[in-house]
Design a protein around this ligand. Structure first.
Ligand SMILES: O=C(O)CCC(=O)C(=O)O
Ligand SMILES: [Fe+2]
Length: 308
């Protein structure tokens, strides 16, 4: 099994729309990837390699500051948007059977003007991330349209549940930083990012370097390709449930670097979530999973993955 590469140029975010014929071809390709693997690598999406580099450069400047300068941005310190903000090293454990992940993250959940953003030398942080967030949102909506088409569904079923991205909605742009690891100091079974599947509808993942592994259906972890300018897109758990298990949400992880390798790693993930009040019911009319709202589902999943 491998992760398929799909040329998304016909529906790039720089184009006004997609032709019927291209939509048909893309939907066949995404259907195969999402039913067999749960991950696909898209090229020519219209989000440039340079833009991703800018996001990673400014994020790295933030992460390399001393903790006391990052503390005012901590996750859980923003009223009404508890998931927004900085997550310190080893705070999150995506696999409950392992110690905390050896990563730091910055979650952007709200684009509202009243949010406190890094300033001074980091004043471009807000603009860089806001513009990237909006491009990711545009691409994610296009991927949803192709997915709906591939299942012979009215695209509004997916789109109408994502009307409030950036406000009453848990969609999150997350910059991730994996600092150098001293192997002897890592705890037993500790990873950079423990085995998990994502919570929402789909995730767009931009890797700065290799490191992501995806569990194949045959039960082995395979290395996800890292191609500059390409975007990994994966199905998340709520989408698996929504499609009554037709599209699969695959476990993935990031291992520690080999002993003696002191490199850092960066990535950026755009987790698309349905609106807080959108009711998700199996799209084929079955009742295999009870209806759940986007907000309630996400709250339950967060409660299981954070220490605090
Ligand atoms: O850093 C990566 O490549 C993966 C991160 C990830 O899977 C996540 O944060 O959900
Ligand atoms: Fe993930």
């Amino acid at each position: 099994m491998s992760i398929h590469v799909v040329d998304f140029g016909a529906f790039s975010i720089n184009l006004p729309d997609v032709s019927g014929e291209s939509l048909h071809i893309l939907s066949k390709q995404l259907k195969t990837a999402f039913t067999e693997v749960g991950f696909v690598l898209l090229t020519n999406t219209g989000i440039s390699h340079e833009e991703v580099d800018r996001v990673m450069d400014i994020s790295k400047k933030f992460f390399l500051q001393p903790d006391e300068l990052k503390q005012p941005f901590s996750r859980n310190s923003f009223a009404k948007i508890p998931n927004h903000g900085w997550v310190s090293l080893e705070t999150e454990r995506l696999n409950q059977r392992r110690p905390g992940d050896l990563k730091e993250a910055f979650n952007i959940v709200s684009l509202q003007p009243d949010i406190r953003w890094p300033s001074g030398a980091l004043k471009s942080f807000q603009e860089t991330h806001t513009s990237f967030y909006l491009h990711c949102k545009e691409l994610a909506v296009r991927v949803l349209r192709v997915m709906a088409h591939s299942l012979d569904m009215d695209p509004e079923v997916f789109l109408s549940a994502h009307r409030h991205v950036g406000s009453e909605n848990g969609t999150t742009l997350r910059s991730l930083y994996y600092p150098p690891v001293i192997s002897e100091e890592a705890k037993k079974d500790q990873l950079r990012c423990g085995e998990h599947s994502d919570y929402g509808t789909i995730t767009l993942l931009f890797q700065g370097s290799e490191g992501l592994q995806v569990l194949s259906r045959s039960g082995e972890f395979i290395d996800a390709p890292c191609v500059p300018g390409a975007v990994l897109v994966n199905i998340a758990d709520l989408m698996q449930r929504w499609t009554n298990d037709r599209f699969v949400s695959a476990l993935h992880r990031v291992l520690l670097p080999p002993p003696g390798d002191s490199s850092t790693r960066q990535s950026a993930a755009f987790f698309l979530h349905p609106d807080d009040d959108a009711l998700i019911t199996c799209c084929d009319g079955s009742n295999k999973y009870p209806p759940v709202t986007g907000g309630a589902y996400l709250t339950e999943r967060f409660n299981n993955s954070h220490r605090a």
